[in-house]
Design a protein around this ligand. Sequence first.
Ligand SMILES: Nc1nc2c(ncn2[C@@H]2O[C@H](COP(=O)(O)OP(=O)(O)OP(=O)(O)O)[C@@H](O)[C@H]2O)c(=O)[nH]1
Ligand SMILES: [Mg+2]
Length: 596
Amino acid sequence: MITGNIEGVRNRILEELEAIFEIKTAKYAFLDTAIVDIMLKITKELDREISVLVDRKGKVLEVTVGDSSAVSMPLVELRDNKLSRVRVVHTHPNGNPKLSALDISALIKMKLDSIIAIGASDHPQVVMGFLTVENQKIHVEATTPMELDDAYRFNVLDRITYNEGLLQEAEDLEEDEERAVLVGLDSEDSLVELRELAKAADVPVGDVVFQKRATQDNATYVGKGKVQEIGEALQLSRSNMVIVDDELSGSQIRNLEDELGVKVIDRTTLILEIFARRARSREAKLQVELAQLKYRMSRLIGLGTVMSRTGGGIGTRGPGEQKLEIDRRKIRDRVNDLKNELKKVVAIRSVQRESRDQNGIPRVSLVGYTNSGKSTLRNALAEMASKDAIVKNKVLEKDMLFATLDTTTRAIALRDSRVVTVTDTVGFIRKLPHDLVEAFKSTLEEVVYSDLLIHVIDGSVDDCYSQAVTVDQVLEEIGAGEGMRIIAINKVDKGKSYMTEELTKLYGDKYPIIEISAKMGTNLKALIELLSDTLPDDLVTLELLIPYDMQKLAAQIHDKGNVISEEYGEEGTLIQAKLPKKEVHLYEKFRRGGEK
Ligand SMILES: Nc1nc2c(ncn2[C@@H]2O[C@H](COP(=O)(O)OP(=O)(O)OP(=O)(O)O)[C@@H](O)[C@H]2O)c(=O)[nH]1
Ligand SMILES: [Mg+2]
């Protein structure tokens, strides 16, 4: 009996198909040539797919008209790690032998021995897909398209029994782990970065699909054909999630999810997710949650407008719409709570900042593209020049994006015993969602109020120039474009990209440039020297008379400042010295001529 979509199919054709049941296929071959001939002939006549179910002995169990997913499974018990002992061989009327997303999902779901597609054209080619095991996971392997003759010579049985062996040996096959297919339009570079972002969020990447086009498709971001390709990539790489390289509207997300049947998230959502995982201070956590909620709300509104445009008739305020309303209200409430809490935290912080201001300690901030080595540099400087042990508090330095989410400040000592604070900041990144720049403004406020910025650049990558420009843009945007700056070209131990020359052209006239390796400690002393030279001198010249019974104090002055002259008088030692401004109050009682 022929199954499937046989409506309107003439008896003559059905009879020809019936003949397939009588033809036995040799054990090792994928299908007998006579069967393939009939399948190809009828596919052409009907312009429909013909599908044949064959068991491992070469016996045909079913012949179906229509797509292969319509094949009904024989009653085979599918125990774990065992294949179904049947394979599906079918034609593709469009002539393309490549396995479709449906083919692959049938292979996996029915644990078929194999799925084999024959492109029905004047020059038919064959692709075979098999289940195998890779890294403790079920994996689909597909052959490249073969000529029919080669396909007949291919020993399918060998391959199947070998793979089944692998399946049986494998214990605890992991299946439900998240894995993503990345999709982008912009540039391949941007996709490389998206891959790094996915890594930072601990999401393995199954495959990458790129479409060169200038604008997004309003409905599905990429074009129709690409959506199908994404579907295939999902199946082939066994991924269960799509990450898109741009911001999507609520309706784009919904359309893609409908068509692909997996979770779809956009670049911003991914970045927010990473921020959420890395945020450590109360303030950063609040800011991230706020940004996430705002973003989610804007997507909900997107959905809402779609609904109200299509609605207006029956059931305009159906359960879906009401739920959206409730969601929106809940989010709005939470946003207000967060904003209030954030205000308090920010108030506390500005008090802290004021007290630091009064200390008169110059502030240095490390800025730079993510992964440029800011945290490594801050640690190295702190270790080298810290005055007390408390400063040893190490920050996360990982080869991951956004290892640092909080601005973390440490004190270090310069020449002349001057102390400066060095603040590590969040790494910048291209296409930083605007909401996020807003949300992080108070974290970056530190940067705005800094006396000097050290712009750390990973000089080992060719992308360094455009990364530096991105950083400049963000600095401009937050109002930190002016002011003193040192350009630190980092990672020189890894070798310099030719693009560092362009950096010299860009910055050479404006800022001092120094090449360093934060990791190896190369040139860090010189960097501290440069800092001492570049920062405004906050030393004050004092004339002091120190009584002879207070020689400890005299020793301290030698320690902390630069002694210009020293005379021994009747009442004590007359010292002229440069001392840090903030310590002036310690010597108030002994001052002679006052500040100079
Ligand atoms: N070879 C080499 N690697 C370095 C150097 N400096 C930093 N790295 C490495 O680069 C990676 C990133 O360093 P981080 O200090 O975390 O970079 P970051 O700029 O703080 O990154 P974010 O906090 O994500 O913005 C780490 O694996 C470091 O070990 C260097 O001078 N040479
Ligand atoms: Mg860092």
